[in-house]
Write a protein that binds this ligand. Structure first.
Ligand code: ATP
Length: 800
């Protein structure tokens, strides 16, 4: 009898491998060497077809003629079976495992010199066994094929991990032909969490923190659960999935021991080696260890140190025996290889949506960019907001193209081929291709980013598609469309953006995202408002907590204003301001903004004003962000408004506008509008001349009653350009001594001009003369001076 077993904490790759291995032996007995992961346990409670698995205690050791180990090569990881093997030196041992690194790790199968091994660097042991069965012409039942497929999907992260090879893809194809149900595989892997796991998941989420490493950031989550939590790995998987994490190490304190669960789909760290340092094991993409008799904080210190040592620079993907795709070569020394080898069959085809959204000319252009990038040994992708908008069927703006390789060189090449010009921004590794027909295509080299401290600008290095998508703000903005000729129009969606678009939610890629860059809190509000999406509840909690900790306050004024400005220019800015208030984001802009609960209402009225203000000037020249900022700042005192201008580092012209007093103006105009007599134009003028067009709009929104609109409209259409012609020189010629009388006379002349009581410079002089009581001769001399000046030119504000 052959005893076929696997490592403790067995997962689906183990189960699939057990099932496959039994086909290779005449008298197999399957047994688990120890615990199984929760998802596997749930599967085994109701398997679709009976699986004969014998409890280890019922196995008759005397009948074992061969030991078969699958997905493991260390005797330390097979529970009591390790001891059985050691004490039966004459019994042959066969090992099927999918990464030879484990065999070299310390403490592995050093005691098994005679073991027969089948080990290949593929994504899963199920791959290796499926390949063997295929070679031998053996077949599987549909439920067996599904189990192996589940194992492959689990260990390769649905073919997305860096360890995935073409052999895994082929194996999956073969299993599909055997009847594997991939939808069922997904269901098995994403099993419901129990209350313990849900609690753990919640703690893991809150504790997730980025750890910057030279090879790129990874996430560390350290949680003290206080006691044993069954099936902790399922909660860890869920965290990885929901946050689209690349590389995660979770340390979970369970009484006297700490469980380490380590997963990597970025390939930055060999998790198997990391776990081996702590007495555990696994594979480069998935590993675990139990750190005994220590506290979780102590473990965290040791693991963080080991992470620093274990981090390797990103490796080109291995092709499972085939050469990795060529690097970008002359593309400016970018070390990252393009991600072409990872193109999985399961990617959604969005070519038709692309065609509809962009039209044939732009699509053809993108195809040519993709072709050129590929000829240079790189790859190009359409990325960011345009992908989101095309999937939503919204109007698409400028095209953003991400290049694995040198974006600037590619832009220059496109100009050589097709004309136009390049505007390059070498500091950012980006270039804009300005086409002859007026279109602009922005090309940027793929990069990875990490944050040295929250709120700081990120550190940047060249990276891959996966790196570039992982640095982005939200899942819905972290999708790409392949432009390479062979895979044109395939959607790359590693973070579940497509699903979030369907669920209409804005979700950051990981819990630490808002702390890394607090502008993302405002961006979340902006996108949620614009698209009428919901901010994911977890994100809303993170934003609120971050705001309470003062994270947005760490932003420079310029960065804060840039983001706030974009938000204030949104069509539904009033709703966005309401959302900002609910999330506690107004106070960090200025503490005085917090208590003003009327702000959203005021802004709503302003929207109406902006839509139909008929005030006699062109609203196109008005920056709606300025107007809305003014409306928002209305309840602040002048001193506070100045502080707001300084906080946001506004330019001087904008600060002057913040200094104006639209509330006072609104009140004064209301009084005028209510008076029984028709107000004189000069009264209207005196109030309105102190207002910029922006403040006038805000005054209109703040005013009660319709009369104010009429007065403002009159000012802007009739009065604002009216100026007196005579100056102080004319008064001097009249013999008026400079002094208080001087400005009083000029003021009265100006009012008379506004009211239409004087219409020409001569009439102005005559009035001035009357007011000054000047001699006729002097007045005539002055009259020649004033009349010789050209009429109609509007002078500075002070001259009235
Ligand atoms: P819009 O339609 O408003 O232009 P957009 O998605 O194109 O939306 P941009 O501000 O132009 O937004 O940014 C382009 C892309 O860059 C985004 O889609 C996002 O992927 C990324 N991005 C921008 N700002 C950030 C940020 N603060 N953090 C992470 N990613 C960001």
């Amino acid at each position: 009898m052959e005893l076929i077993t696997t490592h403790v904490a067995a997962d689906f790759d183990c189960l699939g491998s057990l099932v496959a291995a039994r086909r290779l032996y005449p008298d197999p007995v399957l047994a688990f060497a120890g615990s199984v992961e929760g998802a596997v346990r749930r599967y085994l409670e109701h398997p679709p077809a009976p699986l004969e698995i014998t409890p280890l205690r019922r196995v008759d050791r005397r009948r074992i003629s061969r030991f078969v180990l699958v997905d493991v090569s260390s005797l330390d990881r097979v529970g009591p079976v390790g001891e059985w093997i050691r004490s039966s030196p004459g019994t042959p041992v066969d090992i099927y495992d999918h990464h030879p690194a484990a065999a070299r790790a310390p403490g592995t199968d050093g005691g098994l010199p005679g073991a027969r091994r089948l080990m290949r660097p593929v994504g899963a042991t199920s791959t290796l066994l499926a390949d063997l069965l295929r070679e031998r012409g053996l077949s599987l039942s549909a439920s067996e094929a599904t189990l192996l497929a589940t194992g492959i999907c689990e260990d390769t992260g649905f073919l997305k991990f860096a360890t995935t090879t073409p052999v895994d893809v082929q194996a999956l194809e073969w299993l599909k032909a055997q009847g594997a149900d991939l939808a069922a595989a997904e269901r098995y892997l994403r099993g419901e969490l129990g209350p313990d796991q849900r609690r753990l998941l919640d703690s893991l989420r809150r504790a997730a923190r980025p750890v910057p490493l030279p090879a790129g950031g990874i996430t560390l989550s350290v949680v003290d659960a206080g006691r044993y939590v069954p099936d902790a790995a399922t909660a860890v998987h869920q965290l990885i999935d929901e946050q689209g994490l690349h590389d995660l190490v979770a340390l979970i304190g369970m009484g006297r021991n700490v469980l380490m669960v380590a997963r990597s789909r970025g390939g930055r760290i060999d998790m198997g080696s990391l776990a081996a340092r702590f007495g555990g094991g696994g594979h480069p993409a998935a590993a675990s260890a139990t750190l005994r008799n220590q506290g979780v904080e102590e473990a965290a210190v040791a693991v963080t140190a080991a992470l620093g040592a274990a981090a390797s620079p990103p490796r080109p993907r291995s092709g499972g025996g085939r050469a990795a795709p060529p690097g970008p070569g002359g593309a400016g020394g970018h070390p990252a290889a393009p991600s072409r080898a990872a193109a999985p069959g399961a990617e959604e085809e969005v070519g038709a949506a692309l065609e509809t959204a962009l039209g044939p000319t732009r699509v053809a252009r993108l195809r040519r960019i993709g072709g050129e990038a590929q000829r240079r040994g790189g790859a190009a992708y359409l990325v960011g907001g345009v992908v989101r908008d095309l999937l939503l069927g919204r109007r698409c703006g400028d095209l953003d193209v991400m290049v694995e390789g040198d974006a600037m060189a590619l832009a220059r090449l496109m100009v050589e081929r097709e004309g136009g010009r390049v505007r390059s921004h070498p500091r950012f590794g980006t270039a804009s291709w300005m086409l002859p027909d007026g279109e602009r295509i922005d090309l940027a080299s793929a990069r990875r980013e990490w944050y040295q401290r929250p709120g700081a600008l990120p550190r940047v290095a060249p990276g891959t598609l996966a790196d570039d998508l992982s640095r982005r703000d939200f899942t819905i903005n972290a999708m790409a469309v392949r432009l390479a000729p062979d895979w044109f129009g395939r959607l790359v969606d590693p973070h579940g953006g497509r699903l979030d678009l369907r669920r209409r939610r804005v979700r950051a890629l990981h819990a630490g995202s808002y702390a890394d860059d607090p502008t993302r809190a405002l961006r979340a509000v902006r996108f949620a408002t614009r698209l009428r999406f919901r901010i994911d509840p977890r994100d809303a909690r993170c934003i609120r907590a971050g705001a309470a900790r003062g994270e947005p306050a760490t932003l420079s004024g310029a960065r804060l204003w840039k983001e706030l400005c974009l938000l204030l220019r949104e069509e539904r800015a009033a709703a966005a301001i309401g959302a900002m208030e609910r999330l506690g984001l107004l106070a960090p802009v200025h503490p005085g903004l917090r208590p003003d609960r009327k702000a959203p209402e005021r802004l709503r009225r302003l929207e109406k004003v902006l839509r139909r203000a008929d005030l006699g000037y062109d609203l196109k020249n008005i920056d709606s962000a300025r107007v809305r900022l003014l409306a928002l700042a209305l309840p602040l005192r002048r001193r506070e408004r100045r502080a707001l201008g300084a906080r946001l580092e506004l330019p001087a012209a904008w600060r002057r506008i913040l200094d104006e007093d639209p509330t006072g103006a609104a009140a004064a105009l209301e009084r005028l509008a209510c008076s029984r007599m028709a107000p004189r134009d000069s009264r209207i003028f005196a109030i309105c001349r102190k207002l910029s067009p922006e403040s006038a709009l805000v005054a209109l929104a703040a005013a009660q009653g319709r009369g104010v609109r009429r007065l403002l409209a009159r000012y802007w259409s009739r009065l604002q350009g009216v100026r007196r012609r005579i100056t102080g020189h004319d008064l001097i010629r009249l013999g008026v001594p400079p002094g208080p009388a001087f400005s009083r006379i000029l003021e009265k002349v100006a009012r008379a001009r506004v009211d239409g009581r004087v219409r020409t410079p001569e009439e102005e002089l005559a009035l001035a003369r009357r007011l000054a009581g000047a001699t006729p001769g002097t007045a005539e001399a002055a009259g020649r001076g004033a009349a010789s000046r050209r009429p109609g030119k509007v002078r500075g504000r002070g001259r009235r």
